[in-house]
Design a protein. Structure first.
Length: 504
């Protein structure tokens, strides 16, 4: 009798557990949808840059600020945004960020001059930081079991990796079919839909309260250091030289602010970034590689777009199609083959191989002629970039989590995101400035304009190649096989992402 009576209860519990599990995975897809929108926006603009430049009369150095304004706010505010999520609730910060991002996207689309667009892009980056900084924290909370957590983080990693390349094609299609304004307008309905779905599916959390503190001073230091560093590279360094007094002074202030931030983290009651987190060699190595690798990759997409537009005379749609092999190779490797490679050879070997492929691709760009044939000279380069990124970046996420305590998993993942954004902003500023300065110098000396442009692009691509080569050395010296992560977490993240997307 007792056993019979227990059957309905057990069945009901099973059904409720299944519904809860289904809701968690639906919530994960909603969170990843928001991340996809933000990652897309970070790269979709690259393809529309020529149209924006013409329409709003940007010069090449100031055009970089359309991308830099977003990256500076995004990278500089990620740490503070993550801390605010701990204090007042991650879902609350997530929804606030969505609102800011959506409204700023509408402002970008209606921008009528350079100043309005750059300011709106900065605000958009702030909204993106608020939204994305807490996503991993929510995922870790919803999926506490190690195997489920690895699977969920794998879904996130796949979306974040593939989304950037997809944005290049989407930007070309939208800019060509409608206008550059719509690369921002499309975010509005997506943002509203994600917000409504989040209210329904993502569980609310209370937060610790402001008694723990938010280290606003520390956040101001690191954000100010980043903004000043990029401004120094783009403005006085480009116009007056790297050894000019103004360049050296502003650079020294930037370094001092960064040093002050690090010192404050040692003694602050509630630091934004506890220095004890850097006890893992893999975490340090993964973040250094993210910093340097993103510097090379962001600048390559930006300058590659200008190369195709100015020397090959591609329109926005053809530029997007030219970058399509990056997306295809990255997606194919991530979904079909990365599991086998990482499982057999390890995450360190996969990261090293990916970095080498990226370095080879950039070296090929650095010797590409002005009239390069796409099929025989540029297509192999795009394929190598995609294969390299598809092998490297998913492996770095697993390595960056090595030895991290569960309660710091979101912080460690956010750190990887932060270093990538900071590296992207600084790398873009350096490469764009080097290219523009070289081109201006040669053009002023009487060289043909196309030859001057090509020489500037080649200098930037060689510099990017050097950066990735440094990342290879760091990977060889610092990275080791993960020892502190859950079994197979680093090796199976991509494979788990595929299974999760299929089965939920």
């Amino acid at each position: 009798m007792t056993d019979d009576a227990s059957v309905p209860s057990m069945t009901t519990s099973t059904v409720m557990a299944a519904d809860t599990d289904r809701s968690r995975w639906l919530a994960l897809y909603v969170l990843c949808g928001s991340m996809l929108m933000i990652v897309l926006d970070a790269t979709i603009v690259n393809v529309a840059l020529p149209a924006i430049k013409t329409d709003l009369h940007f010069t090449p150095p100031t055009l970089a600020w359309v991308v830099n304004a977003y990256l500076i706010a995004f990278g500089g505010l990620l740490l503070l945004a993550g801390r605010l999520g701990d204090l007042i609730g991650r879902r609350r910060i997530f929804l606030i960020g969505l609102a800011v991002f959506t409204i700023a996207s509408a402002a970008c689309g209606t921008a009528a001059n350079q100043q309005m667009l750059i300011v709106a892009r900065f605000v958009q980056g702030a909204g993106g930081a608020l939204t994305s900084a807490v996503v991993l924290g929510m995922i870790v909370t919803m999926f506490p079991a190690p195997q489920e957590q690895a699977k969920a983080i794998g879904v996130f990693a796949f979306v974040a990796s593939a989304g950037g390349a997809v944005g290049l094609l989407a930007g070309g299609v939208i800019a060509q079919a409608i206008s550059w304004h719509w690369i921002f307008f499309v975010n509005v309905p997506i943002g509203v839909a994600v917000a409504l779905a989040s209210l329904r599916l993502v569980p609310a959390d209370k937060g610790q309260g402001f008694g723990q503190g938010a280290d606003v001073v520390g956040a101001g230091m690191v954000t100010g250091a980043l903004m000043l560093a990029v401004y120094t590279i783009v403005k006085p360094a480009a116009e007056k030289g790297w050894l000019a007094s103004e360049t050296l002074t502003l650079g020294a202030v930037s370094v001092a602010l960064l040093a002050g931030f690090v010192t404050r983290q040692r003694y602050a009651r509630s630091p934004l970034m506890p220095l004890a987190l850097f006890g893992s060699r893999n975490l340090v190595g993964a973040n250094l590689i993210q910093l340097i690798g993103a510097a090379g990759m962001f600048g390559t997409f930006f300058l590659g777009t200008l190369y195709l537009q100015n020397l090959r005379h591609y329109d926005a749609l053809h530029i997007g199609l030219a970058f399509l092999p990056v997306t295809i190779c990255m997606g194919t490797l991530s979904v079909r083959y990365s599991e086998r490679l990482i499982t057999r050879f390890g995450a360190r070997a996969a990261a090293l191989a990916g970095l080498v492929l990226m370095a080879v691709a950039l070296a090929l760009l650095a010797v590409a002629p002005a009239d390069a044939n796409y099929v025989t000279q540029l297509l192999p380069t795009m394929a190598l970039l995609g294969l390299g990124a598809g092998a490297c970046f998913p492996a770095l996420i697993g390595l960056g989590m090595d030895g991290v305590e569960p309660h710091q998993a979101g912080l460690a993942s956010g750190l990887v995101n932060t270093t990538a954004q900071i590296g992207g902003a600084l790398g873009l500023a350096v490469l764009a400035t080097l290219s523009s300065t070289r081109t201006h110098h040669l053009a002023s000396s009487g060289h043909n304009q196309d030859a001057a442009l090509l020489s500037g692009y080649h200098l930037a691509f060689w510099t990017a190649t050097g950066l990735i080569t440094v990342a290879v050395v760091i990977a060889a010296k610092l990275l080791s096989r993960p020892t502190g992560t859950p079994p197979m977490a680093a090796e199976s993240a991509v494979a788990n992402a595929q299974r999760a997307l299929v089965s939920g």
